[in-house]
Design a protein around this ligand. Structure first.
Ligand code: CP
Length: 318
């Protein structure tokens, strides 16, 4: 697969991976590569977004996404404001749309939103002038997570094309899965998935992945193993007998990791349920790139903000 990177993003928003072309994905990853160098400097700041305002509108809990957006905004010299729904007028009954319209009346340039309902970023993107960035919408999409995962694989392997990636765990409730399958398949990787039958959505293979029921079959010979968290907060009831049985049949253990390529990367978007979907000996082991994913999250979010602001050329000059 060979293509020229795009010069700019076509949309004013980043609501999902689906609308991105391979050329746009490459542009974001190439720009993120440049952004990574800013973190190596004594002064980790460039003026690229000086005078711009970002509202971080999180209706769901987050550690990695929220703080890495905040770090990215500060490194680009944007003014950033963070919204906590528990201390906002949402507690007095104000609707999401009214909340967004009132915040937009303060003339921010970007709204970064995480919401428990699928499609909320898409809905806001249609009615707001600001650029809307999806920081996770229900079980639908988490595009910046997939982009940071892709950057991590590309940094370690040099390319996404031809990589075989196993994604294992709670497939039913994972927005990370959906965005990753869309991105990796679009960039020429092969994606295999596995999980308990009760946690595999019907028709998943139509996204562009091979569906397996046994983790051992899924992992055999792969370049990357990406484990997904059991998302009990999205399950009305537990869809498997117990965490102990989940560990016995689906966890990534040192023994199972031996089925993958010798130097296979171990990934997890976090937060991890240690001892449920991943064994600590693997999570903290030499093949783990889990904390590199977090570091790359800042670079990817800087790249997305910079490109949506209309950036092109050299973003990293002092
Ligand atoms: N990976 C991820 O989205 O983590 P947070 O929920 O902590 O943002």
């Amino acid at each position: 697969m060979s293509f020229q990177p795009a010069q700019r993003l076509r949309s004013k928003d980043l609501v999902g991976i689906d609308p991105l072309t391979p050329e746009e994905i490459q542009l974001i990853l190439d720009t993120a590569d440049q952004m990574r160098s800013i973190a190596e400097r004594p002064i980790k700041k460039v003026p690229a977004l000086r005078g711009m305002t970002v509202v971080n509108l999180f209706f769901e809990a987050s550690t990695r996404t929220r703080f890495s957006f905040e770090v990215a905004e500060k490194r680009l010299s944007a003014d950033s404001l963070s919204f906590a729904s528990s201390t906002s007028a949402v507690t007095k009954g104000e609707t999401l749309i009214d909340t967004a319209l009132n915040l937009e009346a303060m003339q921010p340039d970007f709204i970064v939103i995480r919401h428990q309902s699928p499609g909320v970023p898409h809905q806001l993107a249609k009615i707001l002038r600001s650029a809307v960035i999806n920081a996770g919408d229900g079980a639908h999409e988490h595009p910046t997570q997939a982009l940071l995962d892709a950057l991590t694989i590309r940094c370690r392997r040099g390319t996404l094309e031809g990589q075989v990636v196993a994604i294992i765990g709670d497939l039913q409730h994972s927005r990370v899965l959906r965005s990753n399958v869309l991105l990796l398949a679009r960039m020429g990787a092969t994606v295999r998935v596995a999980g308990p039958p009760s946690l595999i959505p019907i028709g998943l293979e139509k996204l562009g992945c091979e569906v397996h029921h046994r983790i051992e079959d899924c992992i055999a010979g792969v370049d990357v193993v990406m484990m997904l968290r059991i998302q009990l907060e999205r399950q009305g009831r537990m869809n498997f007998p117990s965490p102990r049985e989940f560990y016995d049949f689906y966890a990534l253990t040192p023994e199972r990791l031996k089925l993958a390529k010798k130097d296979a990367l171990v990934m997890h978007p976090g937060p991890m349920n240690r001892g449920v979907e991943i064994d600590s000996r693997v999570a903290d082991g030499p093949q783990s790139v889990i904390l590199e994913q977090v570091t790359n999250g800042v670079a990817v979010r800087m790249a997305v903000l910079y490109l949506l602001a209309g950036g092109s050329g050299e973003p990293t000059a002092h």
